[in-house]
Design a protein around this ligand. Structure first.
Ligand SMILES: *Cc1c(COP(=O)(O)O)cnc(C)c1O
Length: 394
């Protein structure tokens, strides 16, 4: 099997497994207990916090552990928005191609009375600081732009956006779930106020994440309970997952540069090969993108059918994002960059990770053109295009 769906989730790495095993077998105490078993667990929890903080240029006090990226996004947005509302500011700026964890949290805030402005995304999949600057108003209480898009792979100008928001005194949140462990993340250098990351996107376990909130900025709990996470996230800490996350983040940051160079080479080879398929196009900017991320539209092909054929050939890929597959709605991200619905239905996302090799790329470059040709041969729509009855879009 060739697993090429690392934007959906990654295989837990050896560092995470080892750290998790220690917690499950030996360090299973409750960090809130005052006895030695609890205190050992509490020390391990604070160790995980220090290590995560060091990887993103934060101080440990600015790290709040959550049960994943979605929770961290929700908590960041709600914390900043409610604090804004208390000062009479209810305008929120974000983008049309955010992950649903952000978009749906913003929808809920809109129902509460916030005015949510979603910026259009240019065809290259990169939002500009000028767009954000033009949208900011006197009553803006929050700007939220993701660090890298999960479907397109395009990387956003986070440091520029951070500098802009800092200069205007507006809290800036970034969903860094796709970036963390793959691109350098430095909350100080990038002037980020709130940031979300998720362990299972960089070789850690599912159900563990981080909300970074800059010192002095408001954080409000979504889950009320005990005094865990300084009262901002109730519930006994999932120490095995959190320790696994810290170990995985450290490991990926250690090898980040070399791995990024290796994956960029594989990615560009894959892009070149797929570009030879007629009536196909890469989605998003070819260079300003995540190292292992390739997203294509193939005309006259149904994305879900392509996935099934590739799965038969032993290749795990995705059409759009894992979160929307299963629904027949075209991807909101591909629509946001201006792909017509017909093309958005024919998308393929291949995301490479640590275990992928050049041989994998060769195998994918054999399988995809064959599958596309097979599906086109069966497609009435494709026949109409070939016969000139319907126009080609690409
Ligand atoms: C996966 C993902 C999330 C959600 O993270 P979970 O830990 O699965 O809740 C949020 N944002 C982006 C960009 C993602 O890729």
């Amino acid at each position: 099997m060739i697993y090429a769906d690392h934007a959906a989730t990654t295989r837990p790495g050896p560092e995470a497994l080892c750290a998790m095993r220690v917690c499950l077998e030996e360090n299973w105490g409750n960090p809130s207990s005052l006895h030695q078993s609890g205190q050992r667990a509490a020390a391990a929890l604070e160790d995980a916090r220090r290590r995560v903080a060091a990887c993103i240029g934060a101080s440990p006090r600015e790290i709040y552990f959550t049960a994943g990226g979605s929770e961290a996004d929700n908590q960041a947005l709600c914390s900043a928005a409610r604090a804004g509302a208390r000062r009479g500011r209810t305008h929120i700026v974000s983008t049309a191609f955010e992950h649903h964890a952000v978009l749906h949290a913003l929808e809920a805030l809109a129902e509460e009375g916030f005015e949510v402005q979603l910026l259009d995304v240019p065809p290259d999949g990169v939002v500009s600081a000028a767009q954000v600057a033009a949208a900011i108003r006197a009553d803006t209480c929050l700007v939220s732009v993701m660090s890298a898009n999960n479907e397109l792979g395009t990387v956003q100008p986070v440091a520029e956006l951070g500098a802009l928001c800092r200069a205007r005194g507006i809290p800036f949140h970034t969903d860094a779930v796709q970036a963390a462990g793959h691109l350098p993340v430095d909350v100080a250098a990038q002037q980020v106020d709130y940031l979300a990351l998720s362990a299972h996107k960089f070789g850690g376990p599912k159900g563990a994440g981080v909300l970074y909130a800059r010192r002095g900025l408001p954080v409000a709990p979504l889950i009320r309970g005990g005094a865990q996470e300084r009262g901002q996230r109730g519930g006994t800490e999932n120490l095995p997952a959190l320790a696994g996350m810290a170990a995985a983040l450290e490991a990926s940051c250690r090898t980040l540069e070399a791995e990024a160079r290796r994956l960029t080479r594989l990615r560009d080879r894959l892009t070149d090969g797929l570009s030879r398929i007629p009536h196909a196009a890469l989605n998003g900017d070819p260079a300003r993108r995540l190292p292992g991320h390739v997203s294509f539209c193939f005309e006259g092909v149904e994305g879900e059918s392509l996935l099934l054929l590739l799965d038969e050939a032993g290749i795990c890929a995705s059409s759009g994002s894992a979160c929307t597959s299963g629904s027949l709605e075209p991807s909101h991200v591909l629509l946001a960059i201006g792909r017509p619905a017909e093309l958005a239905h024919g998308s393929l996302r291949l995301t490479l990770g640590p275990e992928n090799t050049e041989a994998d790329v060769d195998a994918i470059l054999e399988a995809v053109p064959a599958a596309v040709a097979r599906l086109r041969a069966m497609s009435p729509l494709w026949r109409d295009k070939i016969n000139g009855k319907k126009p080609f879009l690409l």
